[in-house]
Design a protein around this ligand. Structure first.
Ligand code: ADP
Ligand code: MG
Length: 253
């Protein structure tokens, strides 16, 4: 289902952030961030609340503008606005804690809307792809329902299908299971795990440590707007280097 999005500059890392800084008023929320994510890598972003994890994600698809530095996706700098920005957003799928589905549209219409509008895919082609994606995330039988008729886990799987419908090169997940009842967490993590196995480049902010250990190629630990550790999951969970990471792990494990 995820046919490769073929237009790529394969020598470049999929995500590159160089000397990225971001302030909210007096608050310095991203401090000289340096990050390169090779294609196909699954990066888990950990860190205490307020450390800048969401801002990092949001800056990658320009939901937040940065004050200085460079952000490139697949070798291309972030365009400021207009059509180029819409195209870049299409390359970067994002799934949030809140599912943000359109309440007045059916599930299948939620999934096919952006491909028709932004990628100019025909309605019938988009519907076919949308149904394949819903099949893939296990909710094809819910296609004609409205979001409110689905469980939280089903809505989040619909949100993932909607992001995938744009055939993104990268998927960003910002605490995708944090708003779910516990019994629905696994079904969403399962979809994410299968995406990772298919080779999707992913940046995932999550507190699901079991998932982080199993699915991650790499763990980034943020604190106060900085990347404090950048290591393998094994290294991070068994031998964190910094005091801040040790404190964080002591609280959550
Ligand atoms: P995290 O996702 O790690 O909890 P965030 O990136 O959401 O952290 O926030 C980092 C810091 O920036 C926090 O102190 C937060 O209060 C602040 N912040 C986030 N968004 C805004 C905003 N739109 N305006 C002002 N401050 C913000
Ligand atoms: Mg956050």
């Amino acid at each position: 289902m995820t046919e490769a999005n073929t237009e790529s500059n394969s020598a470049a890392p999929m995500i590159r952030m160089q000397a990225v800084n971001k302030h909210f008023g007096p608050l310095h929320v991203l401090k000289d961030i340096e990050l390169e994510v090779p294609r196909g890598q699954v990066v888990i972003v950990l860190g205490p609340s307020g450390s800048g994890k969401s801002t990092l994600c949001r800056s990658i698809n320009r939901l937040e503008t940065i004050d200085s530095g460079v952000i490139e996706v697949d070798g291309k700098a972030l365009p400021a606005e207009g059509k180029a920005l819409a195209r870049l957003r299409a390359d970067v799928g994002m799934v949030f804690q809140q599912f943000n589905l359109f309440a007045h549209k059916s599930i299948v219409d939620n999934v096919l809307l952006a491909p028709v509008k932004v990628r100019k895919v025909s309605q019938s082609e988009a519907r076919k792809t949308a149904m394949e994606l819903l099949e893939r995330v296990g909710i094809a039988n819910q296609a004609d329902k409205y979001p409110a008729q689905l469980s939280g886990g089903q809505q989040q799987r619909a949100a993932i299908a909607r992001a995938l419908a744009m055939r993104p090169k990268v998927m960003l997940f910002d605490e995708p299971t944090s708003a779910l009842d516990p019994e629905m967490v696994q079904e969403v993590l399962d979809v994410m795990t299968s995406l990772a196995k298919e080779g999707m480049t992913m940046l995932v902010v999550t507190h699901e440590m079991g998932f982080a250990r199993r699915a991650a190629d790499r763990v980034i630990f943020m604190s106060d707007g900085e990347i404090v550790e950048d290591s393998t999951p094994d290294e991070f969970f068994t031998a964190p280097k910094s005091g801040r990471a040790k404190d964080f792990l002591a609280k959550i494990l």
